[in-house]
Design a binder for this molecule. Structure first.
Ligand SMILES: [Zn+2]
Ligand SMILES: [Zn+2]
Length: 147
């Protein structure tokens, strides 16, 4: 399968016809499903169908920028639909803090459960931790952007 990585569990979700993961959203670019270990009232992941390892693989270019903004809008729509009255947060783990090497947007409807889980999704400064989706978009916004 083009762009698939044999050892990647997210690629397996995408390409294994026997996968039991229920997809909450699917389109030509991305899919969304529940995090297997939810850390908040709602905790979804949005992943690109193409195997992109981490945020480090994203660059200032239109295709990357539009992919991430699309992932964010899919996450926003899902939480808006499923948990409209709550605070939403969106972001990415940065290496070496990412658990799965396939780019995935964490989408939370707060509160975190249990509450200490917030630590796992806090920014630890420029060198690691968690990066808010909006911040990542600023970082990869093409300089001559029309989007
Ligand atoms: Zn993958
Ligand atoms: Zn993660």
């Amino acid at each position: 399968m083009a762009g698939a990585n044999q050892t990647c569990i997210f690629c397996q979700i995408l390409h294994d016809p026997n996968s039991t993961t229920r997809l909450l959203h699917t389109d030509e670019k991305v899919v969304a499903f529940q995090d297997i270990k939810p850390a908040a009232r709602r905790h979804y992941l949005v992943i690109p169908k193409e195997h992109i390892s981490t945020v480090r693989d994203l660059q200032r270019r239109d295709e990357d920028y539009s992919l991430v903004s699309h992932m964010l809008s899919v996450g926003q729509e899902l939480l808006q639909k499923d948990a409209p009255q709550t605070i939403h947060r969106f972001g990415f783990h940065q290496p070496p803090f990412n658990s799965v090497d396939h780019l995935h947007l964490h989408c939370f409807a707060l509160p975190f459960m249990p509450r200490w889980k917030v630590v796992k999704y806090m920014s630890l400064g420029p060198f690691g931790g968690f990066i808010e989706a909006q911040k990542l978009l600023e970082k990869i916004r093409p300089l001559s952007s029309k989007v």
